[in-house]
Design a protein around this ligand. Structure first.
Ligand code: NAD
Length: 302
């Protein structure tokens, strides 16, 4: 069924995801602080709106992909948020905003009769473009029946629970692993390179062996060995995810021996290279301290 959907937050993830909803035939009302992001979707047939409230005066279903929990809260519940729009019936949050914020927003929207679908995603910009994300939905069964098929346009949809926050909890567990794999792979690759191994050969071996992970299979070959450092995920967002994980684990009384160390290195990377830097910059923080660069000496395998 085609319907009018509002989409707010047309960034690295939002722009390609919004494109899939357009391609599926839905009418899209779009909003972003960046005019050029709105213009790109308007060129493809979307209708622009100046504020979240304006989006919600036209669309019953509003999807967001926004950077931080506070921004999601403001867009949902703020004075110019979707609650001020009149037509909003359901709000789907694809952002990583943490379980506490998901529960707070669900309660705030629920008080206005608006349903909340907690629905963070994993798979990066490449997954968003290809429509192959893992979509971690937590909402009541009736909302899942209504919106599960719609979300199928951006990837594989998992109903991980009925309570708001469980999708976020799932996402934080996933991203702790992404963040840890990246941090540890960076240290191991710098160590091997300094000891005299060729980084390309290291990746070939690791990816054929038991050390393989999303950093060695994807991030190092695509953005670190070519020295482009442009994978498409901001250091500040990675740090946000790990810090949210640490908060949740602490509140549950779960040890954070390793997660705490991972949080420290992401904080350091954000302080050194800035929140907006690509998260593959973590390698550039370790390299000068070791006095070596992770550069291939042989051509990558085609
Ligand atoms: P991004 O910074 O590229 O995009 C965010 C967009 O939101 C920007 O276009 C920005 O202008 C817009 N925006 C900010 N405040 C706004 C407001 N008040 N009103 C309207 N628009 C506003 O971020 P991203 O990488 O696309 O990530 C978006 C969310 O998805 C984050 O929560 C992130 O943690 C999560 N995520 C990102 C990735 C990834 O690989 N990039 C993967 C999975 C999940």
């Amino acid at each position: 069924m085609t319907e009018t959907i509002g989409f707010i937050g047309l960034g690295r993830m939002g722009e390609p995801m919004a494109g899939h909803f357009l391609a599926a035939g839905h009418r899209l009302i779009v909003c972003d602080l960046r005019d050029e992001a709105v213009a790109a979707l308007v060129d493809r047939g979307a209708t622009p709106a100046r504020s979240p409230a304006a989006v919600a005066s036209e669309a019953e279903t509003i999807i967001v992909s926004l950077p931080t929990p506070d921004i999601v809260k403001d867009v949902a519940l703020g004075p110019n948020g979707i609650v001020a729009g009149g037509r909003a019936r359901n709000f789907i949050d694809l952002s990583t905003s943490g379980p506490d914020m998901a529960r707070e927003i669900a309660a705030g929207l629920g008080a206005r009769g608006i349903g909340f679908v907690d629905s963070p995603v994993s798979g990066g910009v490449a997954g968003a473009r290809a429509g192959t994300l893992a979509v971690m939905v937590a909402c009541p069964d009736e909302l899942f029946t209504e919106f599960g098929p719609l979300l199928g346009a951006i990837g594989t949809v998992f109903h991980v629970g009925t309570e708001a926050g469980l999708g976020q909890t799932m996402k934080l567990a996933n991203n702790l692993l992404t963040a840890s794999a990246m941090a540890l792979s960076a240290e191991a690759m710098v160590m091997g390179t300094k000891a005299g191994l060729d980084p390309q050969i290291m990746l070939d071996v690791i990816n054929a062996g038991s050390g393989r992970n999303s950093a060695t299979q994807d991030k190092f070959p695509r953005a670190i060995l070519p020295r482009s450092f442009d994978f498409g995920f901001a250091t500040g967002l990675m740090q946000k995810d790990v810090s949210l994980y640490v908060q949740v684990a602490r509140s549950l009384g779960v040890p954070i021996d390793v997660a705490g160390a991972v949080e420290t290195i992401w904080r350091k990377t954000a302080a050194e290279f800035g929140s907006e830097s690509d998260f593959t910059s973590i390698v550039r923080g370790i390299e000068p301290r070791a006095g070596v660069e992770v550069k291939p000496r042989t051509k990558p395998k085609s």
